[in-house]
Design a protein around this ligand. Structure first.
Ligand SMILES: Nc1ncnc2c1ncn2[C@@H]1O[C@H](COP(=O)(O)OP(=O)(O)OP(=O)(O)O)[C@@H](O)[C@H]1O
Length: 296
């Protein structure tokens, strides 16, 4: 296995224009952000309020938006620029997205199995339909589904939670190194959120895939992550392991974030419940238990 970090984000900024063409000003949606995902697979969460720059940062890592300044490297190789840039096909095999709305991730007119097969063939990780079927089935099985179970079905025949699990399966088809998940559970029924979040953890541990988990939800970030970065107005204001950051926030903004979210009372009592029912990732590491909660 290569020792190169999976991802290095170095002093990355993205500017946009605000206001009219005449008299408008530029502002930085992302302002000199740096972080590293080491070679060892992990979940890195980026947490912040709406407008803090999380999606812009995710889109730069996904190469959907060009940084105005700075440098992003995947496995030591630049994502942008001319020298040694990873080509598009290779990039899409290495890095896969999961978006907020699973209903927008698939065509309404194509049976899901066709979509998954096409993903395998387009990414050239399968040469034949038979191989594509095998890859799709393997990916579906890792999210507790199978090709058999989705055969002939269209998106309207699935719930949001099932469809988001299929989005995870789609992302797993090329066996990527990194999945960038932007608010992946915010549109999923609350009762199913933990099962999807637990799935991410299992995928990290069993398949060696790293995750960037973008969320405004501190409780799932705390539970799931190896590292957390708190974003405010385009900047990372605090980062580290979740117990250090969220149990002893040093930044006023982090404390505000914990206090200002409208559902905060429920959130943090929910977190205490999570702690009781589901040990956090770091407490699991301490006890050596790797088991997801029985009811997740
Ligand atoms: N293409 C764009 N043109 C102009 N401004 C933009 C563009 N994309 C994002 N912005 C602005 O950049 C800032 C950060 O937006 P971004 O979507 O990255 O934040 P976010 O933290 O992901 O918020 P949310 O959770 O609401 O998606 C916002 O002020 C947004 O309006």
């Amino acid at each position: 296995m290569s020792d190169a970090p999976i991802l290095e984000v170095r002093n990355v900024s993205r500017s946009y224009r605000k206001g009219g063409f005449f008299g408008g000003t530029h502002f930085k949606a992302v302002d000199e952000v740096s972080f590293t995902l080491p070679a060892k697979p992990q979940v890195f969460s980026i947490v912040g309020e709406s407008g803090s720059g999380k999606t812009t940062l995710a889109r730069m890592v996904l190469r959907l938006v060009e940084p105005s300044e700075g440098d992003i490297r995947l496995l030591g190789r630049p994502l942008t620029g001319k020298e040694g840039r990873i080509n598009d096909l290779e990039f899409r095999r290495l890095v896969q997205p999961i978006f907020q709305n699973p209903f927008e991730a698939f065509s309404a007119y194509l049976p899901i199995e066709d979509y998954l097969r096409r993903t395998a063939l387009n990414l050239r990780v399968a040469k034949t339909v038979e191989e594509a079927n095998q890859l799709a089935d393997r990916a579906l099985r890792s999210v507790n589904l199978s090709l058999e179970r989705i055969r002939g079905k269209y998106i309207r025949q699935f719930s949001g939670g099932e469809l988001q699990r299929i989005s995870v399966a789609r992302a797993l088809i090329p066996q990527p190194k990194l999945i960038v998940a932007d608010e992946p559970v915010s549109m999923v029924d609350a009762s199913l959120r933990m099962s999807i979040v637990n799935l991410f953890r299992t995928i990290v541990e069993e398949q060696g895939v790293s995750f960037i988990y973008i969320t405004h939800d501190l409780s799932t970030a705390y539970y799931l992550s190896d590292q957390v970065a708190i974003m405010n107005r385009g900047r990372v204001v605090e980062s580290g392991v979740p117990t250090d950051i969220l149990d002893n926030p040093t930044e006023a903004y982090t404390r505000e974030l914990m206090a200002a979210i409208p559902t905060v009372g429920e959130r943090w009592s929910e977190l205490e419940d999570i702690g009781r029912t589901y040990p956090t990732h770091s407490s699991r590491q301490q006890t050596g238990s790797n088991q997801p909660p029985a009811n997740a």
